[in-house]
Design a protein around this ligand. Sequence first.
Ligand code: HEM
Ligand code: HEM
Length: 232
Amino acid sequence: MAIGVKALPITFVAHALAIVGAVFVLVWCIHFRGGFAWVATNKSLIFNNHPALMLIGFIIIGGQAAISYKSLPLKKEVKKIIHLGLHAVALVLGIVGIYAAFKYHNESGIANLYSLHSWLGIGVIVLYAIQWIYGFAIFFYPGGSEGLRGGSLPWHVLFGVTIFSLAIGNAALGFLEKLTFLENSGLAKYGPEAYLVNFTAIATILYGAFVLITVYSAGEPPAPDDFSYSAV
Ligand code: HEM
Ligand code: HEM
């Protein structure tokens, strides 16, 4: 069920927004928040891994995985490997990113799982893992029957875009929560850092929108010699 626009130009907008979001979150974490560390007495440096890994690792790489069937001029078989591989990378970096938030909380004596953001975040990562395992088993190895693959695909796309949208919404909640904490402890509401955090969240939401538009746009028809295309 494609809308009547070509996917490829939309993917370029998605790539550009991915770069903007990645640069913004790195400038925030490094320039304004002091950079990254895994072992440190300044526990905020451990926290900084969380937004960077969740935005660049989970959302940006996960979004690139979702649009890889539309953005890459390769055979379907190859794109399938890229799709499942990039989703695996996103899942692993997402888990490490969440671990960083727990590590920061535990080492700073802050409670875990007290916010809507944290509970939705657990939901998102669990659903993403289930989606990956089901996709792998049905579409890759061992692979379902043709009927099961055909029947599963619309559900796979529906669940995929739903989980991805939840991830975008949850990242926005995370930026809001952290900025609110910082503003409550004195950060200027109209200072450069506040603008940067809000515009990082806006870039994230726009990236999510362009990933979704790509998924519902028309891909290139398969090349005449691409016999791999018929296999779902
Ligand atoms: C989809 C992406 C994201 C997911 C799945 C996610 C998930 C989580 C989870 C599960 C926790 C709980 C950790 C604990 O209880 O110890 C957490 C904490 C936190 N996250 Fe995220 N996060 C995401 C993106 C972000 C982003 C982009 C920010 C921006 C700064 C952020 C800010 C926070 C903050 C401030 C906390 C600590 C307070 C709290 O537990 O709510 N998160 N996140
Ligand atoms: C969390 C992990 C995953 C998510 C969020 C996800 C999401 C998506 C989305 C949004 C699409 C639609 C793409 C488009 O039409 O442009 C799609 C298609 C597809 N996915 Fe996944 N996917 C995941 C994992 C997997 C895995 C592990 C496989 C195993 C091979 C897989 C196989 C496929 C196939 C075969 C298609 C159909 C491509 C086509 O229509 O030509 N997915 N997926």
